[in-house]
Write a protein that binds this ligand. Structure first.
Ligand SMILES: [Mn+2]
Length: 343
């Protein structure tokens, strides 16, 4: 008898689950992809789904705009995750039966792969947990209340309760959930998350190893970068808003790159009394902004003012052109009303 599944998906999503599982069973050639600068959720979900499909004899290609970040190489000892190479990969994308887009619902975030994916006659499936999806895929499985795409995938693939994840799948999904919950402490981390994680550990995910692989591989340059960034941390509005800025010069001085700034938003958020944390990252031709908030401050509304999107407590935006300090003043003055308006 299948055991009880408290983590079963909401009623409204069961139809999409059925459609997706049917396609997984009946189609043969799959391409999996995720967003630019993929995180542990994107990569972990790709690895888990690729492994699950291959176990069923499917042809699976995993192709991303970005190269596989060093922190997630441990998930992929077989080298299955490829960086998009148009002459090599366009035929696979055009000839796929199904393209599964994981952890984003905006084709723009596929960057260089967008055109090939949208132009392919393949069916497109989107499995994700972000708000405001663009209608480019069908069927879609989007649960914005889920902590991560990894959690949704677990609930999709193992909802029947009659199959256990392999160690490889469990490790991919564990990494996805661990990274997207900030190691099980962000909002939306609940009993269901821990139920799933408990099963993943029972099936071979190793929490000590996954944490060490993802978070304990800092270069000295990255630590020096963090030191410089933290020295520039500023607070506003009586300490309720904290922000940090990462310039191109800081990156070049410390021999680091954008990838090394992953999770730096943790630090402004750890200031006592802070309600909103903002990270400004100078990128080629613009500024990338990461927004975080606590409680019922809808920081995605602030992100949207600057063309971005996200969740209530975590959002992002990218501003093309413009001087970083101008962008920063504009964002900081717009941020005030979200904090002062808070109950
Ligand atoms: Mn995610």
């Amino acid at each position: 008898m299948p055991e009880e599944m408290p983590e079963d998906l909401p009623e409204g999503m069961k139809e999409a689950c059925g459609e997706i599982l049917l396609l997984f069973r009946t189609r043969q050639r799959f391409v999996l992809t995720t967003h630019v600068n993929p995180d542990g959720d994107g990569i972990g979900s790709e690895i888990a789904l690729a492994s699950w499909l291959r176990k069923r004899g499917k042809d699976v290609r995993v192709i991303n705009h970005s190269a596989l970040p060093a922190s997630y190489r441990f998930l992929d000892p077989g080298g299955t995750v490829a960086e998009f190479d148009p002459p090599r990969d366009n035929p696979a994308i055009a000839g796929a039966d199904v393209i599964v887009v994981l952890d984003t619902n905006h084709p723009d975030r596929l960057q260089s792969m967008k055109e090939a994916v949208l132009g392919s006659p393949a069916l497109k499936i989107c499995i994700d947990h972000h708000l405001d999806p663009e209608p480019f895929a069908h069927p879609v499985l989007i649960d914005e209340n889920a902590t991560s795409t990894g959690e949704i995938l677990y609930r999709l693939l193992f909802r029947e309760g009659d199959e256990r994840p392999t160690a490889e799948i469990a490790t991919g999904l564990y990494c996805a959930i661990m990274t997207d919950t900030g190691s099980f402490r962000y909002p939306r981390t609940g009993p269901i998350t821990h139920t799933i994680v408990s099963r993943l550990i029972a099936c071979g995910a190793d929490p000590v190893r996954v944490y060490a692989e993802v978070y304990e591989r800092w270069s000295t340059g990255r630590l020096h970068l963090l030191g410089e960034v933290l020295a520039g941390l500023r607070t506003e509005l009586g300490g309720r808003l904290a922000h940090i800025t990462i310039t191109r010069q800081m990156l070049s001085r410390t021999g680091t790159s954008e990838e090394d700034t992953d999770n730096f938003t943790t630090y402004p958020m750890s200031v006592e009394g802070v309600r909103v944390g903002i990270l400004f990252l100078e990128i080629e031709g613009g500024v990338k902004i990461s927004f975080r908030s606590k409680g019922v401050i809808p920081i995605n509304a602030l992100a949207m003012e600057f063309g971005g999107n996200g969740h209530m407590n975590a959002a992002g935006a990218r501003i093309d052109g413009g001087d970083t300090s101008d962008v920063r003043s504009r964002v900081l003055s717009a941020a005030g009303k979200y904090i002062t308006g808070e109950k």
